[in-house]
Design a protein around this ligand. Structure first.
Ligand SMILES: Cc1cc2nc3c(=O)[nH]c(=O)nc-3n(C[C@H](O)[C@H](O)[C@H](O)COP(=O)(O)OP(=O)(O)OC[C@H]3O[C@@H](n4cnc5c(N)ncnc54)[C@H](O)[C@@H]3O)c2cc1C
Length: 330
């Protein structure tokens, strides 16, 4: 049995920083994520947005932050397992944890750090004929690469922050941006909505997508309709970006024997859970008597605490305080 010192479940900001820290503490570390890419919410939900409250950066594009986090996290060569969702954690012989995944694989570890954020998340799908057929062929739920929309006719569906922010973002990038929203009230920030109305995008309120049409290879047209009059309009599109929210699912984590309230695993100031050897950090951590701040910076601090406490758990002679990295030979 190849048991790691620490296995980190979730490769968002908290998990990536924990991976770095565990390497710094010379621990044998494994990082597992259900997604095929690292970065968690930052990579999946808002890669093209600027973040202004990460220590050390006046502002940084989310995807650039992911790149930097990866560079820092992977310098000690951790084992990285992507595309595997951890389904269960249980103790086996010698106090080692066995983590079973949806790929029918088992991982073994002396300690486990759960940095699973809001859980494995998936976008709400647009329910209209043709949409499933053209998903990935012009219809997208996330923006992975802005280049795909350069000088293209883009239809954006939704009325929340993501839809409005992308409409603003692409108004000078795409050839034409049309935004359809089924109501006349937006969930998005009112300042952004005011900007949207001036940015040159065509905003169609009370409109929904009826069906999409393609040539078998790529989406070509969208039939939209006014949900008050039922009048239909067909528009030519090169891409459709659907931003109608996402659902997050803690799923199997609820059955790991951890004390969970709502979307939080209960933890103390040492990031310990009710199971000795299992720690939590990031959005998923519900620290008793603490203020809940679901921020990248908070997750970083919690990750550092969790890893240092875990180090001391597996080697009681090791100090919890790691020393200053500025005084280490790296
Ligand atoms: C639109 C938006 C804008 C934001 N802007 C900011 C901002 O400006 N500044 C800021 O500080 N914060 C911001 N945040 C919040 C910030 O992104 C989160 O606080 C942060 O991502 C939480 O990090 P995390 O590592 O705890 O979890 P996450 O980023 O949620 O990552 C968790 C990872 O765990 C994985 N996972 C879940 N369950 C399993 C499982 N069973 N097995 C394997 N893997 C699993 C998921 O796939 C995911 O990759 C924003 C959030 C959103 C949605």
């Amino acid at each position: 049995m190849d048991a790691y010192d620490i296995t980190i479940v979730g490769a968002g900001p908290a998990g990536l920083f924990a991976t770095f820290y565990a390497g710094l503490r010379q621990m044998k570390v494994k990082l597992i994520d259900a997604l095929e890419e690292v970065g968690g919410q930052v990579a999946v939900l808002y890669p093209e947005k600027y973040i202004y409250d990460v220590p050390g950066f006046r502002k940084i594009l989310a995807k650039e932050l992911v790149k930097s986090m990866v560079e820092q996290a992977f310098q000690f060569n951790p084992t990285v397992v992507l595309g595997e969702r951890v389904l269960s954690i249980r103790k086996v012989d010698g106090g080692i944890f066995q983590l079973d995944t949806d790929k029918a694989r088992s991982h073994y570890s002396k300690t486990v750090l759960v940095t699973a954020g809001v859980g494995a998340f998936s976008p709400n799908k647009l329910d209209a004929p043709g949409v499933a057929e053209y998903e990935g062929k012009g219809i997208f739920y996330f923006v992975k690469d802005k280049q795909l929309f350069k000088d293209k006719r883009l239809l954006i569906v939704g009325g929340g922050d993501s839809a409005v922010d992308w409409a603003l973002n692409f108004s000078n990038w795409a050839k034409k941006v049309t935004l359809v929203h089924r109501r006349d009230v937006f969930r998005a920030h009112e300042g952004s909505v005011a900007e949207l109305m001036k940015c040159g995008a065509e905003v169609k309120l009370f409109y929904e997508v009826k069906r999409v049409i393609g040539d078998g290879k790529w989406v070509k047209k969208a039939v939209i309709y006014d949900n008050r009059t039922k009048e239909e309009t067909t528009i030519d599109v090169d891409s459709i970006l659907v931003n109608i929210g996402f659902r997050a699912d803690l799923g199997p984590i609820r059955n790991w024997g951890l004390e969970i309230k709502g979307r939080e695993i209960k933890t103390n100031g040492r990031m310990e859970t009710n199971i000795p050897g299992v720690y939590v950090a990031g959005d998923l951590a519900g620290q008793v008597d603490s203020v809940k701040l679901n921020l990248i910076a908070t997750g970083y601090a919690q990750a550092a605490m969790a890893v240092n406490v875990a180090k001391n758990f597996i080697d009681p002679t090791a100090k919890i305080f790691p020393g200053h990295s500025s005084e280490m030979k790296m």
